[in-house]
Design a protein around this ligand. Structure first.
Ligand code: SF4
Ligand code: SF4
Length: 171
């Protein structure tokens, strides 16, 4: 991990079956430690280069969520998070904070299907997709080429046979 990098932690507690949802959230407060913003999926060379630049920055990650939406994640604590894990603006907290539920949160399952912490991880993802696509299309193309060659050969020999029989008939 890079110096100064924030680690997102979503802890489990041994006594959580006896805790309320808000007690769990106060002790965990993982959701108050970052913000995410949706991104268009990178298609062009320039867009990919931009994503690599994002990932060169400390406390920035990119991920693809379960709806295949690309997201940029900034690991930065909310200024309203108090030292005791409570929210200083609880009564007027934003809707996104109200919508989180302790039984359907980052502690329970992964938020992403792909996570990129470095430009190298991002590049590797596209490389592995490229080779997976090449593998998928290779046998298909090979089959097509073989079929074409076979058809050509049949046509050729049919022509030859036809020519031969025409010559014979002429004699
Ligand atoms: S919703 Fe989940 S991840 Fe977020 S603070 Fe509560 S327990 Fe932690
Ligand atoms: S407003 Fe409150 S609940 Fe929302 S992220 Fe900040 S500290 Fe957490």
């Amino acid at each position: 991990m890079t110096k100064g990098e924030i680690e997102l932690i979503f802890p489990k507690f041994p006594d959580e079956d006896k805790m309320t949802e808000s007690e769990i959230c106060v002790r965990c407060h993982g959701c108050c430690m970052y913000v995410t913003v949706p991104l268009d999926s990178p298609r062009s060379k320039d867009q990919k280069d931009l994503f690599r630049w994002y990932l060169l920055h400390r406390n920035v990650e990119i991920y693809i969520d379960h709806d295949r939406q690309w997201q940029i994640l900034f690991k930065t604590p909310c200024t309203k998070l108090l030292d005791n894990g409570m929210c200083a603006v609880y009564e007027t907290r934003p809707q996104i904070c109200r919508d989180y539920k302790a039984d359907a949160c980052s502690r329970v399952g992964k938020d992403y299907i792909e996570l990129f912490k470095t430009p190298a991880e991002f590049d590797l993802y596209f490389e592995s997709r490229k080779s997976a696509t090449a593998k998928k299309t290779a046998p298909k193309n090979a089959g097509k080429t073989a079929k074409k060659a076979a058809k050509k050969a049949i046509k050729k020999s049919a022509k030859k046979a036809a020519k031969k029989s025409t010559k014979k008939a002429a004699r």
